[in-house]
Design a protein around this ligand. Structure first.
Ligand SMILES: NC(=O)c1ccc[n+]([C@@H]2O[C@H](COP(=O)([O-])OP(=O)(O)OC[C@H]3O[C@@H](n4cnc5c(N)ncnc54)[C@H](OP(=O)(O)O)[C@@H]3O)[C@@H](O)[C@H]2O)c1
Length: 308
């Protein structure tokens, strides 16, 4: 069973391992198979589901909601109450087949846009509320008062219970937080053994300081950790493989996830696989305890430098 932890100071309790649905269309699952996949995840304790309005060219939320509601208008309470749904808005895709008309990709965090985007997500996900809404990417034109106003309106209406951001720098997060009467609960960022900037650019420091949950997207570098033929990936494969071997045959994926899980900011890895055995391996990674020496060996393999 995967551990559970509260997001932020007063956010919902979520599973430490989160299931991400960006690649859902690539998995080619039938509605029944998707239904089964979600149930198996829940049974393993992976109860937090990560979406965004744009995934699959604006189709993944609907594929998910439609499969889980099984012909009804809403996901049944018995199932909905077992999970936490995270979704995101703010990106306007160019050349979308399902929403044509945008010639140049851009961001929108205006109040009216956010409220409308959430209402569409609720319809697509076949649910009455979103547990956590994230602004998908920082918008250079974000008016923090206005974005905060949209959050308050959505919260009062019961449409969204908690709010966070994604890919925000510490100062961008501080700005939005400064206009809100409640705490942001998460910052979803790219973080893995191959993307270690958040460790050193203040992002994870801020999460620890404010007790905001860092969610790590592409926690296995989007699969590049296994497939890339760079010197860095090879160094990491060697070190992760050796640590996993010494521990009695743990996989590279498991050691890479435990490296994230061990960080004191309380990282929630967001997985991108549709394969249950890989979700199960991630859940088992919760039990791995790396020594500081092992943790820094992995850091050195990532940076290509000795620890100074
Ligand atoms: N906030 C943002 O801006 C943002 C951006 C990107 C993603 N996300 C979220 O983060 C989630 C995860 O991102 P991600 O898909 O890049 O995560 P990931 O877990 O790092 O990468 C998933 C990819 O790695 C492969 N993989 C996983 N385990 C493997 C193994 N043991 N051996 C070989 N290949 C393996 C998977 O292949 P298989 O399918 O074959 O398992 C899949 O192609 C997304 O679903 C989305 O929810 C958020």
């Amino acid at each position: 069973m995967t551990q559970r932890m509260k997001l932020g100071v007063d956010g919902p309790e979520c599973s430490r391992i989160i299931a991400g649905f960006w690649r859902l269309k690539e998995w080619g699952m039938s509605p029944d198979q998707l239904h089964g996949f979600v149930h198996e995840c829940l049974d393993m304790g992976v109860t937090t589901m990560d979406h965004a309005d744009i995934y699959g060219d604006y189709t993944c939320e609907w594929i998910f909601g439609d499969a889980l509601s099984a012909g009804e208008t809403r996901i049944p309470d018995s199932l909905r109450n077992r999970m936490q749904i995270v979704t995101k808005c703010g990106i306007r895709l160019q050349h979308s087949r399902t929403r044509p008309g945008i010639q140049h990709q851009h961001y929108n965090t205006d109040a009216r846009y956010i409220v409308k985007a959430v209402e569409t997500s609720l319809e697509n996900l076949h649910t009455d509320y979103i547990d956590v809404l994230l602004i998908h990417r920082p918008d250079a034109l974000m008016n923090a008062d206005e974005t905060a106003g949209a959050f308050e309106q959505l919260r009062k209406a019961g449409k969204v219970r908690h709010f966070g951001v994604s890919n925000f720098t510490p100062s961008q997060l501080t700005l939005l937080q400064s206009q809100l009467p409640f705490s942001l609960v998460a910052n979803q960022i790219e973080c893995s053994v191959m993307s270690i900037n958040p460790l050193h650019d203040g992002t994870l420091d801020q999460c620890q300081e404010l007790h905001i949950a860092p969610m790590a997207w592409s926690p296995l570098a989007g699969g590049r950790l296994f497939a890339e033929s760079s010197e860095r990936a090879e160094r990491l494969q060697t070190v992760l493989g050796s640590i996993g071997g010494d521990a009695g045959g743990l996989g590279i994926d498991q050691v890479a996830l435990s490296w994230l899980l061990q960080h004191p900011s309380g990282i929630f890895p967001v997985l991108g696989t549709g394969k249950l055995e890989r979700v199960q391996a991630a859940v088992e990674a919760m039990d791995i305890a790396l020594s500081r020496e092992q943790w820094y060996r992995i850091w050195s393999a990532s940076t290509g430098t000795p620890v100074p």
